[in-house]
Write a protein that binds this ligand. Sequence first.
Ligand code: ZN
Ligand code: ZN
Ligand code: ZN
Length: 373
Amino acid sequence: MSTIDIPDQSAAVFGDRLQRAQGEMARSGVDLLVVGASADMRYMIGYPGHESERMSVLVLPAEGPAHYVVPGLEAPLLREQRDLIEIVPWEETEDPAAKVAAVAGIAARGTIAVSDELWSVFTLRLQRAMPEARWREGGQLLRPLRMIKDEREIALMAEAARRTDDTWAEFITTSIVGLSEWQVRERLLDLLAAVGLEPVFCNVGSGPNGASPHQTASDRVVAPGDAIVCDWGGTLQGYHSDVTRTAHVGDPSAEFVRAYEAVRTANQAALDAVRPGVPCQAVDRAARGVLAAAGYGEAFIHRVGHGLGLSLHEEPYLVEGNMLPLAEGMVFSDEPGVYFPGEFGIRIEDTVVCTADGGRRLNEATRDLVVMG
Ligand code: ZN
Ligand code: ZN
Ligand code: ZN
């Protein structure tokens, strides 16, 4: 396993993120932001919170210090956050929603935003504890922050992508004939762990199952003549990799090769369309134009990409109708695909970062058609 030379996140980074979130709040007239255990929380204080039936929330006012209302038994985990936020533990017989209302102070009668991943049961309890507040979605406050990755975030994602590429290089050296999709999945997940990533997911679709883009895996046994779509990734310090490659077991048909080349060209066209200022939908259109021209327009049944970072799917979404302009530091997938029900599917996915000069791929696992045994 290679070691990485990426410095630890300093407390100053989180202080800055909290401050910028407060800036967004002030601009949108939000008095208080409540963030549940989630990637949002991890982004803001370096601790993801523990998702459970016990309320564990970051409470950020538009001005002044943030509080963390946390189950007492979880409080010791917040060692590194003590200089950043005030820890407010609650004991088993106390009501955490009342504690949030207490630290909210006057904001309890103002406008309160809740993060997208705060459990609805907690939102309902907070609403009962602060009946005079006006409630809003908080996702849009954090979106402009999380969407633009800093150098360290990009370095972590590049390293996660590079290691994931290594798992493909290793994977294609061995035969998969006779393995079930579950076993293929297991192999890729094991390879992710072997390169020091936290394995997160692996979707495997062989033969006709490849035409179902979100199938996890099945008992179907891989045989010569199958195309196989593998979509997998892991995390490095919370940051995701997400790559898809399609291989063929035994010699492919001319029809398959033609479709494969079209998808590969579409993947390149989407990359070439990336540049700061270009609307998200332009990247989708670039890939879609290639596939439509090749006669596969109907077979490309999903958007071309999604942002990723601390979450596997996050803003920006590269989809028709999204006029959000791309900006330097955005990281997203480029994943055109074609799906022929009952026959096969093909998808090629890379993670791409938008730089001042255009798109830069973080994945370089071969995009040549791999014929496996
Ligand atoms: Zn997906
Ligand atoms: Zn994927
Ligand atoms: Zn993806």
